[in-house]
Ligand binder design. Structure first.
Ligand code: HEC
Ligand code: CU
Length: 342
């Protein structure tokens, strides 16, 4: 490359440096589902693994690039050189070196990984921890708190600063629990229970995602961990323990009746009523939910209307049938009933 071209390219260097800094700045590392922005001890430990493998790779890169550059310069073809340089095949010392060094580095990473895996595994026997049973369904999450007698869906409420044990299983196919800022991926396997734990250090919403392809609706199988102060969490538990369905208006009362007659109740449980279906998510305290359809749409009356009317048009692959045969006043009545679930 000519000197002129180098000079031309060098002019872009400051711009490139700024772009790289911008990319590597905080904005790049944060984000709702960034493993690089841990919010609890488990995610922190896992980030440690990422960092150690990253630096090992950087060091290898530097050493290999340096050797390459030296070789290119020292052994380049000189003017007037017509014969081939001496051809070398094999060198036992080098072979030994580049076998043993990567093996040692991999062993180092393996030790760290195994240690971290054991540290992150939960146990059914750990005392003083709160257990939540997590069941993956196509394409939503069921959360059961056996010690509190509470069942909810898609939004996992937990108190901050407390170790939360999860017992993960699946009702149908393989799913994977992943809340990047709190805990890494763990499979939900039908007929098997996997235990992990996590802890959220600060109150806030932590976003997660099913991380194992589980069917058409997989991309819309999201979840939220709502980490609350212990006082707020207890308040939530109190609400969930004494759910009320208070359809006061005539419209909502009509909706409640419809819910029982057109089949909604065969799939959905509603706290405070006799509806006890177990195919779809529990709708207890539905108004307390931020989102619907497994964190796919904000929980607004308009979205609820469209959902009840024709869920498959909002979430591909959804296992809730379309009720598009219903007339608008009927759907409105159902929504009025859903809006009364506190
Ligand atoms: C065949 C079972 C089935 C029937 C019948 C059914 N649903 Fe569903 N419903 C589901 C499933 C499954 C989901 C979860 C969808 C998803 O997110 O993938 C769901 C989700 C919902 C949600 C969103 C809950 C949330 O937090 O995400 C609402 C609200 C709802 N259904 C209301 C109704 C109403 C009202 C009826 C009657 C008109 C009804 N459902 C009939 C299975 C059913
Ligand atoms: Cu899934």
């Amino acid at each position: 490359m000519g000197r002129k071209r180098w000079k031309k390219m060098a002019r872009w260097a400051p711009a490139a440096a700024v772009a790289m800094l911008a990319l590597s700045g905080c904005g790049f590392l944060q984000g709702r589902q960034s493993v690089l922005d841990p919010a609890g001890p488990v995610a922190q430990g896992q980030l440690g693994l990422i960092e150690s493998s990253f630096w090992i790779m950087i060091e290898i890169f530097i050493v290999v690039s340096a050797v390459l550059v030296v070789a290119l310069i020292r052994f380049r073809a000189r003017p007037g050189q017509t014969e081939l340089p001496p051809q070398v095949h094999g060198d036992n010392r080098l072979e030994f070196l580049w076998t043993i060094v990567p093996a040692l580095l991999l062993a180092l990473l393996a030790v760290g990984t195994v240690k971290q895996s054991f540290a992150d595994a939960g146990s059914p026997l750990v005392p003083h921890s709160m257990l939540v049973q997590v069941t993956g369904h196509q394409f939503w999450w069921a959360f059961t708190y056996p010690s509190l007698g509470v069942v909810t869906a898609n939004e996992l409420h937990v108190p901050v600063g407390q170790k939360i044990e999860l017992a993960l299983t699946s009702a149908d196919v393989l799913h994977s629990f992943w809340v990047p800022r709190l805990a890494g991926k763990t499979d939900l396997v039908p007929g098997k229970i996997n235990y992990i734990w996590f802890q959220a250090d600060k109150p806030g919403l932590y976003y997660g995602q099913c991380a194992e392809f589980c069917g058409t609706g997989h991309a819309d199988m999201r979840l939220i961990v709502d980490a609350q102060t212990p006082a707020k969490f207890n308040q939530w538990v109190a609400t969930m323990s004494h759910p009320v369905s208070t359809p006061t208006t005539a419209l909502a009362k009509e909706g409640e009746k419809l819910f029982g007659t057109i089949g909604c109740s065969t799939c959905h449980t509603v706290g405070g009523t006799t509806f006890a279906g177990a195919v779809g998510p529990s709708l207890t305290d539905l108004t307390g939910r931020l989102m619907i359809a497994s964190n796919t749409y904000p929980n607004t009356p308009k979205n609820l209307y469209n959902w009840v009317h024709d869920a498959p048009s909002m979430k591909p692959g959804v296992l809730m049938p379309s009720f598009s045969y219903l007339k608008a006043p009927q759907v409105k009545a159902l929504v009025a009933f859903l809006e009364s679930l506190k």
